[in-house]
Write a protein that binds this ligand. Structure first.
Ligand code: ATP
Length: 306
């Protein structure tokens, strides 16, 4: 339990004149209960300093199942150089989100290894690991706390000024100005409700503030209107510059820009390469692309699968 309390401590932030964040303990402990087997290394290896612009990330023959009897990932391998972008595509249920969870070490593989800067993740302290990773997921959860406290989540001692700047950079400035108490307005169940786009921007502001070397993006499928979607797309692209990025990708524009693409099916990597390589191959990926051109989406929740 010690690591739980240490992590809870890390959720608090104390800026000039700021009170400690009111952490929604119930939600937090619920989250911790989801990952009971994940332990911080007792003798952690320090993470090599590496390059400023990201970390190398590698999976070596990773297999995993939430239930060991039913494998969700089978023998997945890839290597991503610092600052590069990996796009993971594939139909719904193919294991894309699961792959992203193993990168963040929400679970450990049943076989194989995930390595950051050449170090297997269990050898790092969880604190070190999580400090390197920023996640922007489709459904970002917010604490029952103020806008400012939510943005500062995970970064100890962020100043009010830094929080404000991150909010501006995430295009939340005008939104915050309209709130009755600005950054001090409560959000969540007991406060102001945020739209899907605003929640994503909150997640983007968090990442800007924390400045992680590895970014994990779960691209929105349908929750946002097209204009918000395009704007957020641009912001995410800017956010990924100079960081290693793993994106669960649904947009062709993102996928085309990726340095490497993994095409997943049934938990396996069935094709991989760059967009051009995969198009020339005229296989599964090229087929998805044709369908998308006809109005579907690449992987995810479109009606062209099944
Ligand atoms: P989508 O595009 O729909 O988000 P995905 O490719 O990201 O799908 P995953 O979310 O990784 O796929 O799910 C792969 C399989 O693992 C699915 O069969 C799903 O039911 C199962 N699964 C996902 N999360 C869990 C979990 N927490 N516990 C048990 N099974 C899970």
């Amino acid at each position: 339990l010690r690591s739980v309390y240490a992590s809870v401590g890390a959720l608090n932030y104390v800026g000039a004149g700021w009170r400690n964040a009111r952490v929604d303990m119930e939600a937090y402990l619920e989250l911790m209960a989801l990952e009971p087997e994940i332990r911080s290394s007792a003798v952690p290896v320090p993470l090599p300093a590496g390059q400023a612009g990201g970390v190398t990330l590698e999976m070596r023959h990773v297999s995993f199942g939430y239930d060991p009897e039913r494998l969700i990932l089978r023998d997945v391998s890839f290597r991503l150089e610092a600052g590069r972008m990996l796009a993971v595509v594939g139909r719904s249920g193919s294991g894309k989100s699961t792959l992203a969870r193993l990168v963040s070490r929400l679970y450990d593989p049943l076989a194989g290894e995930v390595l950051m800067e050449g170090v297997a993740l269990p050898a790092l302290s969880l604190e070190t690991l999580r400090a390197q990773i920023g996640v922007v997921a489709q459904d970002t959860s917010l604490f029952n706390a103020t806008v400012g406290e939510n943005i500062a989540y995970g970064r100890i001692g962020a100043s009010r000024e830094a929080v404000r700047q991150a909010a501006e950079a995430a295009q939340l400035g005008a939104f915050i100005d309209r709130l009755p108490e600005g950054l001090d307005t409560l959000v969540g169940e007991r406060g102001v409700r945020l739209s899907g786009g605003e929640r994503q921007r909150m997640a983007i502001a968090r990442v800007i503030l924390r400045n992680p070397r590895l970014l994990v993006l779960d691209e929105a499928t349908s929750a946002l209107d097209t204009r918000t979607e395009e704007a957020i797309q641009q912001e995410l692209l800017a956010l990924s510059a100079g960081r290693t990025t793993v994106v669960i990708a649904h947009r062709l524009s993102t996928i085309q820009q990726a340095d490497h693409i993994l095409v997943m099916d049934g938990g396996e990597v069935v094709e991989e390469g760059t967009h051009h390589e995969l198009m020339e191959k005229a296989g599964i990926y090229a087929g998805m692309w044709r369908l998308q051109a006809g109005g579907g989406s690449v992987g995810g929740h479109s009606d062209v699968e099944g």
